[in-house]
Design a protein around this ligand. Structure first.
Ligand code: NDP
Length: 298
């Protein structure tokens, strides 16, 4: 059997296009563009790439992008003062502080300071609490994007057994919550889980968010399972190459022989994260202006 390859790149492109169209409607209704502020502290090369591509995608979706690049030497007080300023800026609908922050800064304290109405990463205690309570709020981008791909692939998730591997605040926990809200029967596995292959084998849906290259093997999977691979891992370079290949947390080739459908890495969940960030910014913009936004059809 050869699994369906879930094309997150194509889905994300459709979502971005739809968000871009709605962003024009927003501008007509409000007289301004929806705005996303991204804050980057320090020189981490991967973070710089992410921030640049978020900025470009924001502008391409007809929204305003505000980039704030601060030096490594930025103090907690200076960073919090910037967050306060953005909280109070009516042209800013979404605030994203690119993580990880340099070691001397208290990440949680910075995130806690973001106004929940602008928390497009869905990481503040208010957003996390609202998700747990099943209330309307902003939901972390990667799990929401993963859920969109699952619903697109499977339709109704009611009664399906889902196993989420990983319990981070950013991915695993909100993913489990979203699956539970979609009426799946959810198990959260982590580094202390006993006999992980056996747990995974019961799953109709597997979401791997671990950060270990190709950890999930074909023989762990129930035949026909739908597999969402969130992991992004770089393998050591082959001789003569300067960079290693990017792979997920699932051994893609062999898993494709057993799964019913599977996301590739790259081209699966990754592109969904930015697309949902744009969607969250637009949702926040409509709410911040007190305007009605009709649901996106994707
Ligand atoms: P974290 O490191 O915060 O969490 C990893 C989780 O995996 C932890 O809960 C940990 O368990 C669990 N884990 C570690 N080792 C094992 C093991 N051997 N067996 C079972 N569980 C294990 O990572 P994130 O959640 O932030 O990210 C996970 C992956 O997703 C990374 O590769 C990251 O790069 C990628 N990612 C991709 C995104 C995208 O846009 N596609 C966005 C965000 C992340 P424990 O809690 O017990 O330590």
């Amino acid at each position: 059997m050869s699994a369906i390859r879930i094309d997150g790149k194509a889905f994300a492109a459709r979502l971005r296009e739809q968000v871009g169209e709605r962003a024009l409607d927003f501008t007509k209704g409000s007289g301004r563009k929806a705005g996303l502020a991204v804050v980057l502290v320090g020189e981490d090369p991967a973070s710089q790439v992410y921030v640049r591509s978020k900025g470009k995608a924001t502008v391409a979706a007809n929204m305003a992008s505000f980039e704030h690049k601060l030096p490594d030497t930025t103090t907690q007080a200076e960073l919090e003062a910037l967050v306060d300023q953005l909280n109070n800026d009516p042209t800013v609908d979404g605030i994203l502080v690119q993580l990880p922050l340099p070691d001397h800064l208290d990440e949680q304290a910075v995130v806690d300071r973001i106004s929940p109405s602008k928390d497009v990463d869905g990481l503040t205690p208010v957003s996390t609490g609202r998700l747990a309570l099943g209330l309307n709020g902003l939901v972390p981008c990667t799990p929401l994007g993963s859920l969109m791909l699952l619903k697109d692939q499977l339709g109704d998730l009611s009664g399906l057994n889902a196993v989420v591997i990983g319990r981070s605040i950013l991915v695993g926990k909100p993913m489990a919550q979203l699956l539970l809200d979609a009426n799946a029967t959810v198990t959260i596995a982590h580094s202390r889980t006993k006999d992980l292959p056996d747990v995974v084998r019961r799953a109709d849906i597997v979401v791997a968010a671990v950060g270990r290259a190709e950890m999930v093997k074909a023989e762990w999977l129930k035949p026909g399972a739908t597999v969402i691979d969130v992991g992004i891992n770089r393998l050591p370079p082959e001789p003569g190459a300067d960079k290693g290949r990017l792979v997920g947390d699932v051994a893609y080739e062999e898993a494709s022989e057993v799964a019913g459908a599977i996301t590739p890495v790259p081209g699966g969940v990754g592109p969904m994260t930015i697309a949902v960030l744009l969607r969250n910014t637009l949702v926040a913009a409509y709410r911040n202006e007190g305007l009605e936004m009709t649901e996106l059809t994707l």
